[in-house]
Design a protein around this ligand. Structure first.
Ligand SMILES: NC(=O)C1=CN([C@@H]2O[C@H](COP(=O)(O)OP(=O)(O)OC[C@H]3O[C@@H](n4cnc5c(N)ncnc54)[C@H](OP(=O)(O)O)[C@@H]3O)[C@@H](O)[C@H]2O)C=CC1
Ligand SMILES: CC(=O)C(=O)O
Ligand SMILES: [Mg+2]
Length: 646
């Protein structure tokens, strides 16, 4: 018995001799072959840098270039034969058959290959050379018209989850069209493929699940994770977004159904940051769930058990992290996403010294909020050190942001970080974090335990601390009450209020509430988007303070410089780069962030500055350093335009 799994990974090199022989041999022998997908680009390849993925070839070219004749025995389906050679049709239910296919994308299979499918955009010539005649109606439609039609169709859906499913279907059907749609309509489609709709999609993931869009690694795969990674059809992975589903947005433990988050984040890596889709791998680690509702849900797709913890959890994660490095190398970026804080900080600390890891909730969020605060100085004057900060929520996002603000303040004013921290206060579910609570606090809260009498309620904390900036990272909606916003407005001419919790249902307040309760004086941004608000004849445009501004460009910067570790100074560089992209026109509208419509340009600048920092710190391995990093970043970006096939 032989397994040809490894042929799945053939990329631009074509078939190796031994694989060809094995394949031929196995077919002749009728040996079980577990899975063969030949995505081999044959002859010359135009892949460049971090640019494009497989290139399709005509069957003729393929046959000529790789002597595929050898593979095409007269009975095979590839040669057009209709015989039930492998007995798949005649087998009874209890007989085992081998679900194998040899395909050079062409004809019917080409239309079903999302990486190469162009739908009605296949040209007349392509239809001839790729056996598409009759499989498509006669009209040839350009990609721009396909985009227009898809947007028209998506706009027909009233229910956001239907739009989400239509987008996922498109991604499964025609990847380039999906990305062109997303890139060209980013402001309209971001809330569909990302927060808030992705939250609902995760809650209902079991019911709407159609096809795997990433790898599920559960406790059942313990001891076999390397093999599981090899099952993924791509080998040149540059970014992995991994979750264990325990803190999905502000929706809590969604177990295995958290998969929607890595899938969504990685589609933004491509659309917003230009990392090519084939280099992105979504992963969900399934160690069970403590969500009773899901455990009882007949449609739940994950392990039906309580979460594994302690050594069992640590061992699975360690096996995963080791396997990732073994198979993809030192420079694969692993982005931790939506882990609960009792694991997130430890994983970041543990793997930060051995792997290229980044925690989006701790570090990406910190970088985006710092960017907004740097930009806010243009609206309110002064420097960071002139502000007092109060957070509702002292977890990953809250303490991550607080720490980066303190670091930046310390650099700006030359004071020790410990002193800079004194301007920053946090409230958790038990009230203000103060020194009398220190012993019982989780380690990441301890640096914020300042001298003060205990305070239970947020509104009392606002009155006592007198913050100029109020930041919500609690995951609990409606916690910035009228009283809280009014207290902020009574203390500040222009109170800065950031309601970061996602999705919209968990936002600490709405944009309308922030503007109305502050009589139009609040400078407001939120994690999930809100529509513009009209208050007393003036239109206020709320910004979106979301780590989606940072991680795609940040990741691209790491990849293009060949960085081997993430450093805090790179986060600061990303914040500065983002803040520098806010224009006077944006400020005039009260915005702290530039519009997402310009995100690819913004990402190129972030990537360039992150890469520059990697070179400066000696953490970059791609040498020599390109002269113009912005241009280089742009040149690395994936383009969703269709390729022409031979
Ligand atoms: N906009 C963005 O880009 C991002 C937004 N977020 C959002 O931030 C939220 C929090 O995420 P994260 O920090 O990772 O979560 P964590 O679970 O790590 O932290 C939540 C914190 O909120 C506190 N909290 C919970 N309920 C209350 C309450 N009623 N009053 C006061 N404090 C409360 C918790 O207190 P205790 O410690 O006592 O339990 C904890 O300190 C989520 O909704 C997430 O979607 C996260 C990352 C990025
Ligand atoms: C945006 C994000 O990462 C979160 O809400 O968790
Ligand atoms: Mg997150």
């Amino acid at each position: 018995m032989m397994s040809l799994n490894h042929t799945s990974f053939l990329n631009n090199s074509g078939f190796c001799g031994s694989c060809k022989k094995s394949l031929l041999f196995s077919r002749l022998q009728r040996s079980p072959v577990s899975h063969v997908r030949i995505a081999a680009a044959l002859g010359s390849s135009s892949n460049k840098g971090t640019g494009d993925r497989n290139v399709s070839f005509s069957v003729e070219a393929a046959v000529k270039n790789m002597a595929a004749v050898e593979l095409v025995d007269s009975e095979s389906a590839v040669a057009g034969g209709v015989k039930d050679v492998y007995g798949e049709d005649t087998a009874t239910e209890d007989q085992l058959v081998t679900p194998w296919a040899v395909s050079i994308a062409s004809g019917y299979s080409l239309l079903r290959d999302p990486h190469h499918n162009k739908g009605l955009a296949f040209s007349e010539k392509e239809r001839d050379s790729h056996y598409l005649r009759g499989l498509l109606p006669p009209t040839v439609v350009p990609q721009d018209l396909q985009v227009k039609k898809m947007m028209h169709n998506i706009r027909q859906y009233q229910v956001p989850l239907q739009k989400y499913m239509a987008m996922m279907d498109l991604q499964e059907m025609n990847e380039r069209l999906f990305y062109k749609l997303l890139i060209e309509n980013v402001e309209e489609l971001l809330p569909v493929v990302y927060t808030p709709t992705v939250g609902e999609a995760c809650q209902k993931y079991g019911s709407i699940f159609r096809r795997p869009q990433g790898l599920f690694i559960s406790l059942k795969e313990k001891g076999k994770i390397l093999e599981v990674l090899k099952n993924w059809p791509e080998r040149n992975i540059q970014v992995i977004v991994v979750t264990d589903g325990e803190r999905i947005l502000g929706l809590g433990d969604l177990g295995c159904q958290g998969m929607g988050i890595p899938v969504g984040k990685l589609s933004l890596y491509t659309a917003l940051g230009g990392v090519r889709p084939s280099a992105c791998l979504p992963v969900t680690i399934d160690v069970g769930t403590n969500n009773e509702k899901l455990l009882k849900d007949e449609f739940y797709i994950g392990l039906r058990q309580k979460r594994a913890t302690g050594q069992e959890y640590a061992e699975l994660l360690h096996e995963f992290m080791s396997a990732v490095k073994q198979i993809y190398g030192e420079k694969v970026l692993v982005q931790f996403e939506d882990f609960a804080n009792h694991n997130a900080f430890d994983l970041l600390a543990k793997y930060g010294t051995t792997h290229l890891v980044f925690n989006d909730d701790i570090q990406g969020t910190a970088s985006v909020v710092l960017a907004g605060l740097i930009a806010a100085q243009k609206l309110v004057g002064g420097t960071l050190a002139d502000h007092r900060f109060l957070f509702l929520g002292a977890g990953e996002a809250g303490t991550g942001i607080a720490e980066l603000i303190a670091l930046e303040m310390s650099k700006q004013t030359n004071v020790p970080v410990d002193d800079a921290r004194k301007n920053i206060w946090l409230v958790d579910s038990k009230g203000l974090i103060v020194s009398s609570r220190k012993e019982s606090l989780q380690h990441f809260k301890k640096p914020w335990a300042h001298e003060h009498e205990p305070i239970r309620d947020l509104v009392d904390a606002v009155k006592a601390i007198k913050p100029t900036v109020l930041i919500g990272t609690s995951g609990v909606g409606k916690t910035f009450t009228k009283e809280v916003v009014e207290a902020m407005a009574s203390l500040n001419e222009k109170p800065i209020i950031l309601a970061l919790s996602n999705p919209t249902s968990q936002s600490e307040c709405t944009a309308e509430e922030a503007y109305t309760w502050s009589q139009g004086r609040a400078i407001f941004a939120s994690g999930s988007p809100f529509r513009p608000v009209e208050y007393e004849g003036k239109v206020f445009v709320p910004g979106q303070a979301n780590n989606a501004y940072i991680f795609p460009g940040f990741g691209l910067g790491l990849i293009m410089s060949g960085a081997i570790r993430v450093h805090d100074d790179m986060l600061l560089a990303a914040s500065e780069a983002l803040a520098a992209q806010v224009t006077q026109e944006n400020f005039n509208k009260g915005l702290l962030y530039p519009p997402f419509a310009n995100i690819r340009k913004i990402s190129a600048h972030i990537a360039a500055d992150v890469a520059a920092k990697a070179y400066e710190l000696g953490l970059a391995t791609r040498l020599p350093q390109p002269d113009d990093l912005v241009k280089y970043a742009e040149s690395c970006m994936y383009s969703p335009a269709y390729r022409n096939y031979r």
